[in-house]
Design a protein around this ligand. Sequence first.
Ligand code: KPL
Length: 317
Amino acid sequence: MRIDIIGAGALGLLYAGKLAAAGAEIRMWVRKPETADMLRREGIAVAEQGGEILNIKYPDFEVHLMESWPLALPGETGDWVLLMTKQDGIREAAECMAKGLVKNLHIVCMQNGIGHIEAVGQLLPDAWVYPAVTTEGARRQSGESVVMHAGKGVTELGSAYHYGSAQPFAPDGREKRLADKLTEAGLETRISRDIDRSIYRKLLVNAVINPLTAIWRIPNGELLSSRERMDMLRQVYDESIRIFDACGIAWEAEWWEELLQICRSTAANRSSMLADVLAGRRTEIEAINGQFIRLAEGAGMEAPLHRMIRNIITGMQ
Ligand code: KPL
């Protein structure tokens, strides 16, 4: 199976390394020449929690600059594109893909937040766009090609959207083949027929945990360490649920307990937003809490906590 992976962040490297080790033909697509040089020089190393290290040397995988997509792929493509940039990297990647000759790409989107499936679909109306939600934990030091597989999770792969035609996608077993390959590579993947539920659950978890850990500069587990922190967690959660209700978005009572369980099971981890703030990178606040503000606006209601949190994080960038 030939897989194009766009983005060399922690998840991009984790997927590339593990899939290459499982025999998939991997092409990495990166934005910066220095990232391409580093990957060619150092390869990819995936450090598992048990101490095992998977080393993938270049050229056992390919590396290209994203801008060379139309030249490097003159009329041929892989079986899959895994789009693993953050939401703010989507436009640039999609514009490069749109210049390529191959139009009917099958693109899996692994971003946090909501709104990205529509964004990709509008930029690439001939592509099949699959939402995916993962709970795999990965960490990487900026400028390094070593990725820590910090927590084994599960990936859910939804059905494809196609914006260019009203034709429903005739299933050809393609998603199942990808899910099987990922699972064989040690990245457990299930086909989901209710991916929206997982997307909204993850949006809620990220909207509560990520900004509060970034504001207080604490690992996830410390959110549970005092009454004041727990109260704040609960208030942001409750406001989010009121917004879901106003928008007619289904949610489940267990999500609160699941959120607390995520804090416990990732207790020592830094959230991705805290990592971004500490590294001076742009955060995903707009794609996460910003989306709650927009959902609330659409339903004619206020979202004072999400708005305050969004302003605090934006003011830190
Ligand atoms: O997804 C995460 C993130 O950091 O973005 C959580 C679940 C909060 C784990 O850190």
